[in-house]
Design a protein around this ligand. Structure first.
Ligand SMILES: Nc1nc2c(c(=O)[nH]1)N[C@H]1C(S)=C(S)[C@@H](COP(=O)(O)O)O[C@H]1N2
Ligand SMILES: [Mo]
Length: 516
């Protein structure tokens, strides 16, 4: 067989093998198994610092598009590598296609990828979208991968032989004339499998997070307690976990005297605590709605930590989600009675997208720390970092005091002659775990201030809602500004030297146009 023919034959065989392998991965993904399609992205994204991360996100049109791009390019890259591997195989196999030792192809196309995969992705192998404990998940991910590459290797070899040889009686001979017809048959099979892959991908797309990741809660609809369906949502995942509570358990280990595990029933039987707590994402802009408030019920983390007895060198607590998301908090924060392992949200079990069956609630810290789908609590030394911390967010994750005007809308227009009553101005103010004691409004871009009425006081851990009435006295463009004072008496401020990646500070302003 000529060199060129061998390359093209191998290329086609490799591509068909790649398609079958990718379809296999999509099938595993549909079953909740972690595959390279998503965990390669997880592994790589921690290396992107927040600046480039945000600009990349801006360039491709948001987090959702970035995720789609990630999965899309992983699939494309995988098919490319498969085709190239096929071509190389073709070159080696061309002299004697019938007798390529299986030991050789298995070493190259199965063992080698497995070793590379295990090493490169070790940290993210323990991911399971059905909620398997981390060690079991790691095994399942590996076995899934082994099956996929083994499928690739077998299909590659079989396809190549199908294209390049012919069987006469019991023997295979090189099949040089008219590869065309066989190539057509093999391509048709490849296309059919790709079609199945597309169907699976479409199904996954429908349950993917694209439809709700980045949900905001702001404007006139804001109530004291955010209904679960409207609660803001942020996830790193393409498809979120749907934990099967029978497979799931919670582990506590690391720098402790007594490691332990609990099933959900065990946790539900422990003394519970209920509290109202507001969550806000570190990337929440001054006018944005990545902030919501709910009533959480769960177990104080302290109760579990005290039984486990942290060792003297334990300094931080690292939380692991089943999606391999991690984050850390200082041990002192973990020991506060309001740091909860929550299983109820507004009176019902946590919805899947908000972390079923258990998530962490860390009042006064940004949303990042409130790890969803919690499966492991690990006591560590001071050096360990979480997912977004590794990217470079923080280092400070304590929420500064923030406030927002929810009504009227920015750029609203009013005519003095048509106004029947004063304009209602309202919004929210949030002081981390320090509470809110005062809210002031300015209608002249901060030159003068007057108090707004706090009509809903959420307590120390939650936002407060405020309102005021305003009657315009002159036709002009008015700049409204809001500022809040927290429970420690500190007035909200713009911290000039605070890094953007520790969460923005400053004031929400809107412009209201008033005509005669
Ligand atoms: N396991 C896990 N926990 C997670 C995340 C995640 O992707 N995976 N995202 C974090 C981020 S960035 C935020 S802002 C909050 C959002 O919580 P919510 O979607 O319930 O509002 O969850 C945090 N916890
Ligand atoms: Mo976030």
């Amino acid at each position: 067989m000529s060199r060129t023919k061998a390359i093209f034959t191998g290329l086609l065989a490799g591509l068909v093998g790649g398609i079958v392998m990718t379809a296999g991965m999509l099938l595993l993904a549909a079953l909740g198994v972690a595959t390279p399609l998503v965990i390669i992205g997880d592994r790589l994204s921690v290396f992107i610092p927040p600046g480039p991360f945000l600009s990349l996100m801006g360039k491709v049109g948001g987090y959702n598009h970035l995720k789609q791009l990630g999965v899309g390019s992983t699939i494309a890259g995988q098919l490319l590598v498969a085709a190239i591997a096929g071509a190389i195989f073709g070159l080696f196999a061309r002299r004697n296609p019938t007798r390529v030792p299986a030991i050789w192809t298995i070493a190259t196309f199965v063992m080698l990828p497995i070793v590379a995969f295990a090493i490169a992705l070790w940290r993210v192998l323990g991911t399971s979208y059905v909620g398997l404990p981390i060690d079991a998940a790691r095994l399942v991910t590996l076995v899934g991968f082994v099956l996929c590459v083994f499928l690739f290797e077998r299909i590659l070899v079989a396809s190549f032989q199908f294209l390049a040889t012919r069987k006469i009686g019991k023997h295979r001979y090189e099949f040089s004339p008219a590869i065309g017809r066989r190539a057509f048959v093999l391509s048709a099979i490849g296309v059919a499998v790709a079609g199945g892959g597309f169907a699976l991908a479409r199904r996954l797309y429908r349950v993917a997070t694209f439809s709700y990741d980045g949900t905001q809660y702001k404007g006139r609809i804001v109530q004291p307690i955010t209904p679960n369906e409207l609660f803001y949502c942020v996830t790193k995942n393409v498809v979120d976990p749907k934990v099967n509570a029978d497979l799931w358990h919670l582990e506590l280990n690391g720098l402790v005297q007594n490691s332990a595990t609990w099933r959900i029933q065990d946790l539900l039987g422990l003394p519970a605590h209920e509290q109202q707590t507001t969550l806000m994402c570190i990337s929440n802009g001054l006018d944005a709605g990545l902030i919501s408030n709910a009533i959480w019920k769960g177990i104080p983390l302290r109760d579990l930590l005290e039984r486990a007895v942290p060792l003297p060198n334990a300094a931080r607590v690292r939380f692991h989600g089943v999606d391999n998301y991690t984050d850390t908090i200082p041990l002192e924060k973990a020991m506060e009675p309001t740091t909860l392992l929550a299983y109820n949200m507004n009176g019902v079990r946590l919805p899947h997208r908000h972390g079923y069956p258990v998530r962490v609630i860390v009042p006064g810290y940004f949303g990042e720390k409130h790890v969803k789908w919690l499966t492991r609590i690990e006591l560590t030394d001071a050096k360990v970092k979480g997912f977004y911390e590794t990217q470079g967010w923080g280092p400070d994750f304590i929420t500064p005091t923030r406030s927002r005007i929810d009504a009227p809308d920015h750029e609203s227009r009013f005519s003095i002659s048509e106004l029947q009553q004063p304009i209602e101005v309202k919004g929210m103010a949030y002081g981390g775990d320090r509470g809110i004691t005062r809210v002031e409004l300015s209608f002249d871009d901060g030159k003068s201030w007057r108090d707004a009425e706090i009509y809903y006081a959420g307590g120390d851990l939650a936002w407060s809602l405020w309102k005021a009435e305003w009657t315009p006295d002159a036709a002009a463009d008015h700049v409204f500004v809001v500022r809040a004072t927290d429970g420690e008496g500190d007035v909200q401020e713009w911290e000039e030297d605070r890094s953007f990646f520790s969460g923005v500070t400053g004031f929400h302003k809107i412009v209201v146009h008033v005509t005669t």
